[in-house]
Design a protein around this ligand. Structure first.
Ligand SMILES: Nc1ncnc2c1ncn2[C@@H]1O[C@H](COP(=O)(O)OP(=O)(O)O)[C@@H](O)[C@H]1O
Ligand SMILES: [Mg+2]
Length: 259
C-alpha cells in the first residue's frame, strides 16, 4: 500500500506571548502514516494537539522537529515548484463552515476562485468542474447565486467541502467537520465524506474528539493524549480491544448516538 502521508517524529511548540514562561509543546514526537485511499482518524480530547498536527501538515505552523512526507517527499525539503504545488494536493475543512467561507461572496465565486487563481481553464471548463462537484456534494446548481448566510450549517459544510475539493486534492483534512452540526445532519455529512472518498479517490485525515463519529468512518485510529499518539490501530480493534486505559475512558465517555 502506498503511503500518501508520513508524519515523522513531529514536535510542535507554541512560544508563549509572555516570554518568561516556557513554550507549550502541543505535539510531542508524533509519527504516523496514512495510506492512499484510507480514512485515518486522530482522536482525543480538546487540547491534545489534533489541530496542531493538521496545521503542521498544511504548513500553518512550522514544527520544531520532525518531517512530513507527502508521496514520499519531504514537504520542507523539496523544490520551490513542489512547494508551490503542495497546497493543491492537500486541502482542509474546518469545524465552522461559516468562518471559512467569505460571507460577501456568492457560492459561484467561492467555488470558482481557486480555479481562477490556479488554472488556465476556460470559463466553460470551470463551469463544468463546478457543476460536477455540486452534484458530488449533493447540492443543486441554484445554490451558485446565493451567499453563505442563506444556508443551514449542514449545507454550508457541503459548500466548504466542495471548495476544498475543487482543485482535486489527494488528501483532505477534516478537522472536527461535524462537531458544530445537529446529530441528524452529522450523519449526512459523514456519509458524504464516505461517498466522496470512493468517488473522488480521496485519502482523508479525519479529526474528532467524538469516538462515535470516528467509529462511523475511520479505517485506522490514532488516539492522542497530551500531544502524543498513545495508541494506534485498525478502527475495529481500537473499539473492541482498546489497549490503553485512556482509550477505554474515551470510549466510555461518549453517549451512544445512533447514526
Ligand atoms: N496559537 C496557539 N498559541 C499557543 N498555544 C496554542 C495555540 N494553538 C494551540 N495551542 C495549545 O496547544 C495545545 C494543542 O492545541 P490543539 O492542537 O488546538 O488541540 P486540539 O485540536 O486537540 O483541541 C493546547 O494546549 C492549546 O492550548
Ligand atoms: Mg482542534
Amino acid at each position: 500500500m502506498n503511503k500518501l502521508l508520513e508524519v515523522k517524529n513531529l514536535t510542535v511548540e507554541y512560544k508563549n506571548v509572555n516570554k518568561t514562561e516556557s513554550a507549550t509543546t502541543a505535539v510531542k514526537n508524533v509519527s504516523f502514516s496514512i495510506n492512499e485511499g484510507e480514512i485515518y482518524a486522530l482522536a482525543g480530547e480538546s487540547g491534545c494537539g489534533k489541530s496542531t498536527i493538521a496545521k503542521a501538515i498544511t504548513k500553518l505552523v512550522i514544527p520544531k522537529q520532525g518531517d512530513i512526507l507527502f508521496n514520499g517527499k519531504s514537504i520542507y525539503n523539496c523544490s520551490s515548484r513542489e512547494k508551490k504545488e503542495y497546497p493543491k494536493h492537500v486541502q482542509m475543512v474546518f469545524q465552522n463552515p461559516y468562518s471559512s467561507l467569505n460571507p460577501k461572496m456568492k457560492i459561484e465565486s467561492i467555488l470558482k476562485e481557486p480555479l481562477d487563481i490556479n488554472t488556465d481553464l476556460s470559463e466553460q471548463e470551470k463551469r463544468e468542474i463546478i457543476k460536477e462537484l455540486l452534484f458530488d456534494v449533493g447540492l443543486e446548481e441554484s445554490v451558485l447565486n446565493l451567499y453563505p448566510h442563506q444556508f443551514s450549517g449542514g449545507q454550508r459544510q457541503r459548500i466548504a467541502i466542495a471548495r476544498a475539493l475543487i482543485l482535486k486534492p489527494e488528501l483532505l483534512i477534516a478537522d472536527e467537520p461535524v462537531s458544530a452540526l445537529d446529530a441528524s445532519i452529522q450523519a449526512q455529512i459523514l456519509n458524504l465524506l464516505k461517498d466522496l472518498k470512493l468517488k473522488r479517490k480521496l485519502t482523508i485525515l479525519f479529526i474528532s474528539h467524538d469516538m462515535n463519529v470516528i467509529k462511523y468512518l475511520a479505517d485506522r485510529i490514532g488516539v492522542m493524549y497530551y500531544g502524543e499518539i498513545i495508541e494506534e490501530n485498525y478502527a475495529g480493534t481500537v473499539f473492541r480491544l482498546p489497549k490503553e486505559e485512556y482509550t477505554k475512558t474515551l470510549l466510555n465517555a461518549v453517549p451512544k448516538l445512533k447514526i
